[in-house]
Design a protein around this ligand. Structure first.
Ligand code: URA
Length: 444
């Protein structure tokens, strides 16, 4: 195949054929098409866009560049959720075992954090012994035995995406809806789940800054997934403020466990947060309900009731515990580790009023500076590092009311400076702000 002819065609805004796209992706994956031609292709797509058919062809070709999993021998419906990433986004820790507790198998290949966005695998690895690097064979066994597994995507899945994403990252070609859509979907389709639910976030702490961009991506992913024979839906959700209270790793797992354990006698007893009201609990139940409703062909209201019940009676927690054990993890050891804690600094309010905004991006930057995330792939994470908010938007504060606790291990150096930066994330108003909507749209 002559790549230059395809590049001319794309530059002129003409749609490429299915075989042409397949040839380009295959050639690039095998090293027959060089980086300079593939980056020209990515830039042409950024400028000229792609039709829905081209995007589906690109996704399919990328998916077929590696292993594609098949769960038909399980004889149970399968589903997974994908989030475009947020701050304090520990949703998967609740959603995936919750959907599994409702009788849906959840094969979830997940990622590590980079930049401001945390990774589910990093959070799970704070549980002593938890192996988030299963082989595909071991992943398959955990799904068959427990019904849910969360592990890092292996090298066998979508090598074309890995190669192309690294190229896009350094050629200014990440910001393209068809390329983002193909990148996310190829990995999810390769995972083989019959139902895919997307949480597409917008706002200060999200990859997409506006509702319009997030909606465009959500519609593209749902339409392409349906066209490829998957059941699919998406929620477009507000990520201007952190989800829940914790932003970090150990503290996020502890917060998720508090929610999962609310109906059980395990752990530290009843939650100190009003968990039923918590934003991240409501969003978890909503996303899990969509997975269950689509996967089991059940009315959404019935799926919501089932999810509420399985969360409240501890079934979701028991599923999570089984999954952790199957991955070699020890939740009792996690509880001891979380209690031990590290160096802390408490930030207090200096004025009276209502919390009217908490800037997710600023909170994430502070957590990252404390060591909660990676600036570069390969950086080491401090599992204790992070920010735990004491207030949410709408809460009334007075002078000295705790706003947040900052934490890190090693030494207390830097905590006080980070706290003064964190203060800039808070806005206050003299009257209570109008409640905002966390879930802005449902795309079905
Ligand atoms: N996440 C991905 O996996 N791919 C993209 O292109 C953007 C975000």
């Amino acid at each position: 195949m002559i790549a230059k002819i395809l590049l001319d065609k794309k530059r002129e805004g003409r749609a490429l054929g299915s075989a042409e796209i397949r040839g380009l992706v295959d050639g690039y994956t095998k090293g027959e098409i060089p980086d300079y031609q593939m980056s020209a292709f990515a830039m042409a797509v950024c400028c000229r866009g792609m039709t829905a058919r081209e995007t589906a062809d690109l996704t399919d070709a990328m998916m077929r560049s590696g292993a594609c999993l098949d769960w038909s021998d399980l004889h149970v419906p399968t589903a997974d959720k994908h989030s475009t990433g947020g701050v304090g986004d520990k949703l998967s820790l609740v959603i995936q075992p919750l959907a599994a507790a409702c009788g849906v198998a959840v094969p979830s290949l997940t990622g590590r954090g980079l930049g401001l966005t945390g990774g589910t695998a990093d959070k799970l690895e704070t549980i002593p012994g938890y192996n988030a690097g299963l082989s595909l064979a071991a992943f398959r066994k955990v799904i068959a035995d427990v019904g849910v597994s969360m592990t890092v995507q292996t090298q066998e899945i979508c090598p074309a995406d890995k190669k192309l994403y690294a190229l896009r990252d350094v050629t200014g070609t990440v910001a393209s809806i068809p390329l983002i859509c193909a990148s996310i979907l190829s990995k999810k389709w390769a995972e083989g789940a019959g139902t895919l639910v997307f949480d597409v976030k917008f706002g200060k702490g999200a990859f997409m800054k506006t509702v319009e961009e997030a909606t465009e991506l959500a519609v593209a992913m749902v339409d392409a997934s349906k066209a490829a024979g998957r059941k699919s839906a998406a929620l477009v959700t507000d990520m201007n403020a952190p989800l829940g209270y914790a932003v970090g790793n150990i503290n996020e797992v502890a917060e998720a466990l508090e929610v999962l354990r609310a109906g059980t006698s395990d752990g530290n007893g009843p939650s100190s947060v009003s968990w039923l009201e918590a934003d991240f609990v409501r969003l978890s139940v909503e996303l899990a309900s969509l997975m269950v409703s689509l996967a089991k062909d059940m009315p959404l209201d019935d799926a919501r009731r089932l999810c509420d019940e399985k969360l409240a009676d501890g079934s979701a927690y028991r599923k999570f515990r089984e999954m952790v054990q199957a991955h070699g993890g020890d939740l009792d050891a996690f509880d001891r580790r979380a209690k031990k804690g590290a160096f802390r600094f408490r930030l207090q309010a200096m004025r009276t009023g209502y919390v009217s905004a908490i800037d997710a991006e600023k909170v994430a930057r502070v957590a990252l500076s404390l060591g909660a995330g990676r600036m570069e792939a390969g950086d080491r994470i401090d599992p204790y590092a992070g920010v735990t908010l004491s207030v949410k938007i709408g809460d009334r504060v007075g002078s000295r009311t705790p706003l947040a606790t900052l934490e890190k291990s090693g030494s207390p150096d830097g905590l006080e400076k980070a706290a003064s930066e964190l203060l800039a994330a808070f806005e206050f108003s003299p009257t209570a702000p109008a409640p905002g909507n966390l879930i802005v749209k449902r795309i079905a």
